[in-house]
Design a protein. Structure first.
Length: 274
């Protein structure tokens, strides 16, 4: 790495950023602070990056590696806290990443899904790919603040993560991963919250998958939750697994009016019912 030296103008910028405790820096920030052109701000950012004072997060966005990070400029190694500052607000980490965080899934994903209200292109940082999943406003619920590696981020709670696994199985590894999630969450979930979230999702196919998997995994549900799930059974059949992956053939479960197009041994995978 190039020696962490600073010209007078570079030093003025770094000192000002450290004084204001501003760790996230954009090209516009540099232009505003130095009253310079866009071209010069980009040149300066490039130079400071080469000297080890700025780390690139995304195009035009940088993380300050201040004097406190030592003469070699060791950057912050927690990607989630840093990159979360670039996420559209509001946001929450969801799907496979949340499933692993809550102990519902055992296989680690190299993609971190982020639920957002408006579209955003994928981004990569420290070998982690962040993909943004746009949700309708009425479905933007069920998340809370948590501390990950010393940084506070927003994450889908256990109940939301469980229902997300049934709503969009392809984002967590398929319906077999959904079954694994239900199995591991069965003794930990808040049944009242599950019922509240199911009502807010208002999705018959999701409710039927949940009911069928609980039945198959021998998970006893409270009466009010069971009654709600039964009320969601419609005249039109739904599929247990994605027809694109599993096809459209299979026995019909009469209770849930669900076409079981996934072989049981594939559905259960590593799940073992005692």
């Amino acid at each position: 790495m190039t020696k962490r030296s600073l010209s007078k103008r570079e030093g003025d910028l770094i000192l000002a950023l450290e004084w204001d405790k501003q760790s996230l820096v954009t090209i516009k920030d540099i232009m505003r602070r130095l009253r310079c052109s866009n071209a010069y701000a980009r040149y300066l950012a490039h130079t400071l990056h080469k000297k080890g004072w700025l780390e690139t997060l995304a195009k035009g966005h940088y993380q300050l590696i201040g004097a406190a990070r030592g003469p070699k400029g060791v950057p912050d190694m927690n990607p989630y806290g840093v990159v979360a500052r670039l996420f559209p607000k509001p946001y929450f980490l969801a799907y496979h990443w949340a499933g692993t965080h809550h102990g519902l899934l055992t296989q680690v994903s190299y993609v971190t899904h982020v639920a957002v209200l408006r579209p955003k292109a994928p981004m990569e940082f420290k070998n982690i790919r962040f993909e943004f999943i746009k949700l309708a406003k009425k479905r933007f619920f069920g998340y809370a603040e948590a501390t990950i590696m010393g940084e506070k981020v927003l994450i889908a709670d256990r109940e939301r993560t469980l229902l997300d696994a049934l709503d969009r199985p392809t984002l967590i590894g398929g319906i077999e991963a959904s079954a694994q999630s239900v199995f591991h969450a069965g003794k930990k979930w808040d049944a009242g919250r599950i019922l509240e979230y199911l009502r807010r999702f208002d999705d018959s196919a999701l409710a039927r998958r949940f009911g069928y998997l609980c039945q198959t995994l021998r998970i006893v549900l409270p009466e009010d939750l069971t009654a709600y799930l039964s009320s969601q059974v419609k005249k039109d059949a739904a599929y247990l697994g994605s027809p694109k992956r599993w096809g459209t053939q299979g026995d019909r479960d009469k209770r849930w009016n669900l076409i079981l197009n996934v072989p049981r041994e594939e559905l259960m995978g590593e799940v073992r019912i005692g």
